[in-house]
Design a protein around this ligand. Structure first.
Ligand code: GAR
Length: 209
């Protein structure tokens, strides 16, 4: 049974997609053991509560320094003894010590086809604003392992989504979530739960056992 801890900052629609996928058997052999938010008002915490999953807030704002936050954050994560940590719209930089300790055990969902529209400053709606500004015709989402860089870790799954005439950043964001994010994030977790994702030379190999 894969023990999954989900980290969130906002609305939590990706968290919801994971909870639903566990409920309806799209993800198997997996238990969501907790949800941590850096934002006490995140609707994601409400979703956790409704699903009967323990949720808590730990925010850099409540600590004297980033170093102290990083220590407490790692302690909070360790307490769940997770096999996998899922960043589902989590907007806090993951401390180096956590990345080291959970190497290839932290995945992130990013709302673009990496390496396009990713890295520092590209998050949430900004990604879709940039894509429309550039005039690309295809966008999408990526699930990847987290390494020391921003959106640079091994790619697990990607799914493309078409841009349509008249798209606004919000409309495009919603389409990318519906058609890509809410599908590939649960799919990636299920693959990991079944031992089907290996990292070899900084790239993933999917399938087999
Ligand atoms: C999602 O679109 C996710 O891909 C994005 O934030 C949104 C969170 O929505 N993440 C990033 O931009 C990370 N760089 P949600 O809280 O409804 O899941």
């Amino acid at each position: 049974m894969l023990k999954v801890l989900v980290l969130v900052s906002g609305g939590g629609t990706n968290l919801q997609a994971i909870l639903d996928a566990v409920d309806n058997g799209v993800i198997t052999d997996t238990k969501i053991v907790g949800v941590i938010s850096n934002n006490a008002n995140a609707y994601a915490l409400e979703r956790a509560k409704k699903a009967g999953v323990s949720g808590e807030c730990i925010s850099p704002k409540n600590f004297e320094s980033r170093e102290i936050f990083n220590e407490k954050f790692l302690e909070a994560v360790d307490a769940y003894e997770p096999d996998l940590i899922v960043l589902a719209g989590f907007l806090v930089v993951i401390p180096a010590k956590m990345i080291e300790k959970y190497r290839n055990k932290i995945v992130n969902i990013h709302p673009s086809l990496i390496p396009s529209f990713c890295g520092t400053g590209f998050y949430g709606l900004k990604v879709h604003e940039a894509a429309l500004e550039r005039g690309v015709k295809v966008v999408g989402a990526t699930v990847h392992f987290v390494d020391e860089g921003t959106d640079t870790g091994p790619i697990i799954l990607q799914k493309a989504v078409e841009v349509q005439d008249g798209d606004t950043p919000k409309i495009l964001q919603q389409r990318v979530m519906e058609q890509a994010e809410w599908k590939i994030l649960p799919e990636a977790i299920n693959l990991i739960a079944h031992g089907k994702v290996q990292v070899v030379d900084g790239k993933t190999q999917i399938g087999g056992n």
